[in-house]
Design a protein around this ligand. Structure first.
Ligand SMILES: Nc1ncnc2c1ncn2[C@@H]1O[C@H](COP(=O)(O)OP(=O)(O)OP(=O)(O)O)[C@@H](O)[C@H]1O
Ligand SMILES: [Mg+2]
Length: 443
């Protein structure tokens, strides 16, 4: 009987997989997480200051991190870069802002990366975006992994984070829908919600890891949807609001220096972890109720999308399904505010050797210049390699033979994220990366 054979097959595979070491490369990566260091020149570039200024500050400020010396080079970890940013940014004589934390009273921003198609670079784009705004603007970021596969979690977790441990809370716990048997939301308090965020080795970046029980969330929401009293599409939006109200930004920049004007590492550390400035959500490739929650909660939605004909057909389905959901929600709750920010399609894994992909982008851009980005992710061997180790381009240490392509892809990631920042935070000072990309590709 067919069923019997399938059962046997599953049983055999379960036994075999129980003995396979699936964790070797993963454990290696987790142990060496964020080993990347930045030279004085690179640090100056991240801060948008010149190197002489940085060298002068390093001599003047006692709290300036010593970094590591390798020959004549002095290098800094991402945490040290953040501290340098805070030292410069909190200096009363600073001529412009360096640390772009949200001010007390400003709500947290939510940016969701989602698409119907699998493997379009959603997780990588989300990880790069989180790390870019952290490295270039000092933003504190909360990453929510809404995918049971937990891909984006693998880009942030180190060995201290109990990933894939059934006891580790996921998005389903944050939303209070972790018990599929329950008929009502568990409504965790703001304090409980804050405890769900896990620290990562990135300064000021926290994570709600993905995991299998995100699927329980869908079952749970499905049953709750039978009752008119539970607005199953905005459970995450409400949870984020509850968390935000209980964990708002409180420290003003000037307060991370003591009365004598000296940089205070304790106050700084406290401010770095008191809240986040932006929440980045990485979606699974589908439109389940859990994923719908990620869209409804977003101020901005980014759709990373490959440009092949069949892939674009999934974009058509995705947007039309979202449209139907929105119509339904509006009929239910006409005054609900959804997606007040900018939204865009980000072309990904673009093959520039032949014109097919770029012609497709050009065509889409002409028809929808607001919706389709002029900057895209090109296909890159360097990132394919880095991703095998679950490393983003911002932490990848390429072997000699890949240094040039890794550098090129970092420039690409910078251009994409610069363009995203300009749309999502028009008030932030732009960098030159997107402009350069557009000049090179479009003129
Ligand atoms: N620009 C690129 N060039 C080459 N390979 C890429 C590029 N971007 C992503 N990839 C590769 O494509 C694969 C999928 O990337 P990623 O996990 O980010 O996609 P995803 O859309 O999140 O996938 P899923 O739908 O499974 O969640 C990864 O192995 C990654 O290495
Ligand atoms: Mg993914």
């Amino acid at each position: 009987m067919a069923y019997g054979q399938f059962e046997q097959f599953i049983r055999n595979m379960s036994r075999v997989m129980g003995g396979v070491n699936t964790k070797l490369q993963r454990d290696l990566t987790l142990r060496t997480r964020v080993a990347r260091r930045f030279s004085m020149v690179e640090t100056a570039q991240l801060l948008a200051v010149d190197t002489t200024y940085l060298t002068r500050i390093s001599a003047e400020e006692p709290a300036f991190p010593a970094g590591e010396r390798a020959g004549r080079e002095r290098t800094f970890s991402p945490s040290e870069v953040m501290q340098i940013r805070a030292i410069i940014g909190s200096n009363p004589a600073a001529k412009r802002p360096y640390l772009h934390w949200r001010r007390p009273g400003q709500p947290v921003k939510v940016v969701t990366f989602g698409a119907q198609k699998g493997g379009t670079g959603k997780s990588l784009s989300a990880a790069h975006f989180a790390q870019y705004v952290n490295l270039h603007y000092g933003l504190r970021v909360g990453v929510i992994d809404a995918d049971p596969q937990a891909t984006v979690s693998l880009y942030f977790a180190d060995e201290k984070l109990p990933l894939f441990d059934p006891a580790t809370p996921t998005l389903a716990d944050f939303m209070g829908v972790d018990d599929p048997g329950s008929v009502k939301l568990s409504e965790p308090s703001g304090k409980d919600l804050n405890g769900i965020w896990q620290p990562t080795p990135w300064p000021g970046i926290r994570l709600i890891p993905g995991g299998a029980n995100i699927q329980n969330g869908d079952i749970s929401l499905f049953f709750m949807s039978q009752q008119a009293s539970v607005p199953v599409y905005r459970v995450l939006k409400d949870a984020i609001r509850t968390w935000d109200l209980a964990n708002p930004p409180m420290t003003r920049l000037e307060n991370i220096r003591g009365d004598t004007g000296e940089f205070d590492p304790v106050r700084y550390e406290q401010a770095l972890t008191e809240t986040v400035d932006v929440i980045v959500i990485d979606q699974q490739p589908s439109l389940t109720l859990m994923q719908l929650n990620g869209l409804v909660a977003a101020d901005s939605v980014v759709i990373p999308q490959t440009m092949k004909g069949f892939d674009l057909a999934t974009l058509a389905t995705y947007v039309s399904n979202i449209g139907e959901y929105l119509e339904f929600i509006m009929g239910f709750e006409a005054d609900l505010e959804i997606g007040g920010g900018e939204h865009m399609v980000l072309p990904t894994i673009v093959q520039e050797q032949n014109d097919q992909d770029t012609d497709q982008i050009l065509d889409l851009y002409r028809k929808a210049p607001r919706e389709v980005m002029q900057v895209w992710y090109s296909r890159s061997d360097a990132i394919a390699n880095a991703a095998e180790e679950y490393k983003s381009i911002y932490e990848y240490l390429p072997p000699k033979t890949r240094r040039a392509s890794a550098k090129a892809f970092m420039a690409n990631a910078n251009a994409v994220n610069d363009a995203l920042v300009q749309r999502i935070w028009p008030e932030l000072p732009p960098r030159d990366y997107a402009r350069k990309f557009i000049e090179e590709r479009w003129s």
